[in-house]
Design a protein around this ligand. Structure first.
Ligand code: 6R9
Length: 645
């Protein structure tokens, strides 16, 4: 951990929305008078019927969370229509293709028409307010149109990352009973094609609720179209009006579902609603990135993740910003691509993930130094703890030592950023997410649920709600209560561990549950284990994370084969391919160790603590193994552990 302090640059503080003095005053006020604070900031949205009620929350019993709950509005109208008068001809979305020669600017006026058309197409396909629409698209403008079109007619979107397998897509389609799927013929990333429609066709075999499929043409490769179910977007949309009146929605009507991994069971459908979510993402986008008129803002996240929802699309567009959407990857055609895109479009705010920074750092300074990056003002990081070494490189090499870095801690469940520096207000410490945003009350608890004070370390919880918080697990409120409010009654439990230092700065130490963070993507160990066990030759599997230079965490799987099966190099490859097929490439195990037996307690619980130590090459510090049913298995696992290279 680095204890170096990077003061707020004066030039930034002078013009920032929030400076040191106003941060302290506003933060205090937001806790003393949350109703007043949020009543004021709720006004940043255009309401059809203004709200009079601000907050109705209980973290106890049945748990309910409502914000601005007698107000009505439309999210798409807030992201588009209200900007038309002043910004009709301003670029809303800069789209940068996978191929560096392909890019396009979409103005607010054009966005209005495209979204209206897509909304009318959804209606023509029978989609109504409250219906679920699954979006399985690459990073193309149509992904933004589709999300906003759903918001416009009051349909609930569920975006599924294009890297997920047919099985994962099918599970998500079924869980929320989607009636419509929007996909593309193929995706294009790093010059490689991703067979989206082919995957979708496979998923659809198991998803009878889906009545209609809208297909966007991206690559033009031949694909199968099923008559009566599938329509081409480019054939149908031009027949329809660009005008679609926005549906009046209650602040607590659902906006979207986004599936995320937890420590147990299948992925959960995190549900976000309209009013509080949009007020929160828009306010945080403005303050955290110190967004100013004329900025060009680039968040590199895929729309398949929450960062792509809140800080590529909704927050920036609610603020009338110019937001950049990038179809490609950081190392195609070469390792200079990010920085070339920054120069090409004069990006001033850049928001990415530590895993990308670490991968690019490995390529040396030359690919960065050959670009100017003179337009950059603010840098951001999200998705996992950023190690001080990567922070310092990002700051010195990418930002020429002049751009503050905002290390933003938050989750799919939180909807928006909760702990972060404000660039004009809070001095940075590399590796620390620093201080809570307005209205956010972090608390650290010990294992007995005791609140810890001062400099300390514990489980990171939130003592009260903020408007962007998830409202429930779609279709399973009980699971919502059990997952987030049962461990520490009366608190929202994040699943992360955290340290608070003597200056009141927060340092996220990583997950304290069985959730892995691989390249900033959340993976439940249970999901990977059940995929492995589904293979006919596998008897049992246990999955843990281990420190990985680029990915943050790598996936280490211990596999016990059925009696009579022979462990071979071929089978190892087969199992990796199997998991890719079952879940998607992001879940591929990095290392598989054959385990004749797994360390279990006498009650049959796998002791992951021990498996984690072995995977991390810390086998001298295994701790107490006396409660194991068969301590001998540990020796074998240590002797045969995989070389992490
Ligand atoms: C936004 C997002 C959430 C988990 C979270 C934590 C980790 C995210 C972080 C961070 C340290 C940061 N995480 N940002 N850890 N510092 N700045 O990533 O959502 O995909 O749901 O992941 O990611 O462990 O609990 P999500």
């Amino acid at each position: 951990m680095s204890d170096q302090l990077f003061p707020v640059p004066e030039a930034i503080a002078a013009k920032a929305w929030v400076n040191e003095a106003t941060y302290n005053a506003q933060y205090d006020r937001s806790l003393k008078d949350p109703e007043g604070f949020w009543r004021e900031h709720g006004q940043r949205l255009d309401w059809i019927k203004p709200f009079t009620k601000v907050k109705d929350v209980s973290f106890k019993g049945d748990v309910h969370i409502r914000w601005f709950y007698d107000g009505t509005l439309n999210v798409a109208a807030n992201c588009i229509d209200r900007h038309l008068e002043k910004r009709g001809n301003q670029t809303a979305i800069i789209w940068e293709g996978d191929d560096p020669n392909e890019s396009r600017n979409i103005t607010y006026k054009e966005l209005h028409g495209e979204v209206g058309r897509m909304a009318n197409l959804l209606k023509a396909q029978g989609v109504k307010k409250g219906d679920r629409v699954t979006i399985y698209l690459p990073m193309i403008p149509e992904a933004a149109y589709a999300m906003l079109a759903c918001a416009r007619i009051g349909a609930i979107h569920s975006v599924v990352f294009g890297g997920f397998s047919p099985d994962s897509l099918a599970n998500r389609l079924q869980d929320c009973g989607s009636t419509c799927l929007i996909t593309a013929d193929e995706g294009l990333r790093g010059g490689k094609k991703v067979p989206l429609k082919k995957n979708a066709d496979e998923a659809l075999k198991a998803s009878p609720s889906v009545k209609s499929v809208i297909v966007v043409k991206r690559t033009g490769s031949p694909i199968a179209m099923e008559a009566g179910r599938d329509v081409w977007y480019h054939e149908e949309a031009p027949k329809l009006s660009t005008d679609c009146p926005p549906e009046e929605m209650n602040a607590e009507d659902p906006l979207f579902i986004l599936y995320t991994s937890g420590s147990t069971g299948k992925p959960k459908g995190v549900l976000h609603t309209t009013g509080g979510y949009l007020a929160y993402t828009s306010l945080t986008h403005q303050y955290v990135f110190d967004y100013q008129e004329g900025d060009v803002y680039w968040c590199t996240a895929d729309v398949g993740w929450v960062t792509g929802h809140s800080y590529l699309l909704y927050g920036p567009l609610a603020n009338g910003a110019t937001t950049l959407m990038f179809e490609g990857v950081p190392n195609y055609p070469d390792n200079s691509r990010f920085w070339q895109v920054i120069d090409k479009h004069k990006v001033s705010i850049f928001y990415t993930a530590p895993t990308a920074i670490r991968a690019l750092m490995r390529e040396g300074e030359e690919p960065v130094k050959k670009t100017s990056r003179a337009s950059l003002r603010i840098l951001g990081s999200v998705g996992e703890p950023i190690n001080p070494e990567a922070w310092l490189w990002y700051h010195r090499v990418v930002g020429n030592s002049k751009c503050p870095i905002v290390d933003t801690w938050w989750q799919t469940e939180t909807g928006g950023i909760l702990i972060t520096p404000l660039p004009g207000a809070i001095a940075a410490k590399p590796g620390s997410a620093t201080k809570p945003f307005f209205g956010v009350q972090p608390v650290l608890l010990d294992n007995d649920g005791k609140v810890l004070s001062g400099a300390t370390e514990g489980s990171l919880c939130l003592a009260d709600s903020w408007p962007g918080q998830m409202r429930t697990v779609y279709g399973d409120h009980q699971r919502f209560i059990e997952t987030y409010f049962a461990t520490f009654p009366g608190y929202y439990f994040s699943g992360d561990g955290c340290r608070r230092d003597e200056d009141g700065y927060y340092w996220i130490t990583g997950r304290v549950d069985d959730v892995l963070n691989v390249s900033g993507h959340r993976m439940g160990t249970a999901e990977i284990e059940s995929a492995l066990v589904a293979h006919p030759k596998v008897a049992e599997a246990a999955v843990v994370g281990y420190p990985h230079d680029i990915k943050g965490q790598g996936i280490y799987a211990y596999v016990t084969l059925n009696a009579g099966e022979t462990p071979t190099e071929e089978l190892r490859k087969e199992l990796v391919a199997w998991v890719r097929k079952e879940i998607g490439p992001i879940a591929s195990p990095d290392l598989i160790q054959w385990a004749p037996g797994l360390p279990k307690t006498r009650s049959g619980k796998i002791m992951r603590r021990i498996l984690r130590k072995i995977a991390a090459n810390e086998h001298n510090a295994l701790g107490d193994t006396s409660t194991l049913a068969d301590p001998a298995v540990v020796g074998d696992l240590v002797d045969n552990r995989m070389n992490r290279g």
